[in-house]
Design a protein around this ligand. Structure first.
Ligand SMILES: *Cc1c(COP(=O)(O)O)cnc(C)c1O
Length: 369
């Protein structure tokens, strides 16, 4: 097609993101019953959706003929109250991924560069590529933690954005409060620091205090999501918190009705469901103990996690993921994240975890013969 000669070369160079595979798709391909398949591949909530959110969602369906509130007034005021900031400091997105894209619209171009860790969320790379900015991918420490010193050293005069994910996906590691403080102490003020905190509410270790930098009106944006802690990944709802002038700038890149009506109502209700979040965190603690015990038994190295997933060093990550999938267990191979020796299962229900461990034993013992 002749039109494709005109495609934006920065867009054309992108290899589309490969998400964790849906259960239906794998079932069709493998000739399995969907009910016999377990998916531990996308860090989704192990205990489903917040019941309060579900209830609000059902009640809101009759309003689906209406446009949503373009300013997401109720959701943003509730978030603002929760975080002790003004409503004007909150921006909502169609998933927090969309917030990352707003950052690109505002601050990334061919004349700029962007810093992030080598084994970090793929979307940072995608957004950087989308706007033709230079990628400065920084190796992590041997323990697969962000190397904040190296990230600082990598900042150039043309750097406008640093993405810092805590707990980091896919490593599950956390740069602690001291490391973040040292970073913020020295990062130049021509750089926006994006703290991606997708797992904050369910983190299994203390989160660095990033809110203080918002209050200090530093160049920071905290990104959070309803996808993980509240089990609303399918609705696509995330938000950013930052100083007012920064958030106002980002609002210019946002389309009027980017967050749908159902997501807004579910999000408002979910914020009242701390009990659900606490319950899921307990399930993740159990999951972590279960996976760690299995790894020790099988002599498989793993990265101690602070999130609801765990990197396990299995050797040939792709082969092991494939063998698990043939048994009806979907996990994520990590070659796309530069970690070809690892898989990254997330924690499920106790039954799902047990099933994973059983299958992992089968697969690993077999390949070791
Ligand atoms: C899951 C995840 C997100 C959330 O994305 P949504 O678009 O809100 O679903 C963001 N960042 C990281 C690192 C994640 O793992």
């Amino acid at each position: 097609m002749k039109i494709l000669e005109k495609i934006n070369p920065d867009v054309n160079a992108i290899t589309p993101y490969e998400p964790g595979r849906p259960i239906e798709e794998v079932a069709r391909e493998m000739g399995l019953d969907p009910d016999d398949i377990t998916k531990l591949a996308s860090n989704e909530c192990a205990i489903g959706t917040s019941p309060r959110a579900l209830e609000a969602l059902k009640a809101a369906t009759v309003e689906a003929f209406r446009y949503p509130d373009g300013g997401a007034y109720h959701l943003r005021s509730k978030l603002a109250a929760r975080y002790g900031v003004a409503m004007s400091q909150i921006i909502v997105g169609n998933g927090s991924n969309e917030i990352l894209e707003f950052v690109g619209h505002c601050f990334l171009s061919r004349e700029t560069s962007c810093v992030f860790s080598a084994h970090a969320f793929i979307v940072y790379k995608l957004v950087t590529q989308l706007f033709g900015a230079h990628q400065l991918e920084i190796p992590m420490t041997p323990d697969l933690v962000h190397d904040v010193e190296a990230m600082l050293a990598a900042v150039r005069d043309d750097t406008t954005v640093v993405f810092l994910c805590n707990p980091n996906n896919p490593t599950g590691t956390m740069a602690d409060n001291d490391a973040i403080y040292r970073f913020m102490d020295r990062v130049p003020d021509h750089v926006l620091v994006v703290f991606d905190e997708a797992y904050a509410e369910i983190a299994l270790a203390e989160m660095p205090n990033t809110r203080q930098y918002v209050h200090q009106k530093r160049n920071v944006l905290i990104c959070r999501t309803f996808s993980k802690a509240y089990g609303l990944a399918g609705l696509r709802l995330g938000y950013g918190i930052g100083p007012e002038p920064l958030v106002s700038a980002l609002q210019k890149a946002r389309q009027p009705f980017n967050v749908n009506l159902l997501a807004q109502q579910a999000g408002i209700a979910a914020l009242d469901d701390d009990e659900f979040v606490a319950r899921s965190r307990d399930v993740y603690r159990q999951g972590k103990a279960c996976f760690e015990a299995a790894c020790r038994e099988l002599n498989l190295p793993f990265i101690p996690t602070t999130a609801n997933f765990m990197l396990i060093k299995v050797g040939a990550g792709n082969d092991v993921a494939q063998a698990l999938q043939q048994r009806g267990m979907i996990v994520r191979p990590m070659a796309g994240y530069g970690l070809p020796e690892y898989i990254r299962p997330n924690f499920g229900t106790p039954d799902e975890n047990e099933r994973f461990v059983r299958m992992l034993k089968e697969v690993v013992c077999r390949s070791g013969e």
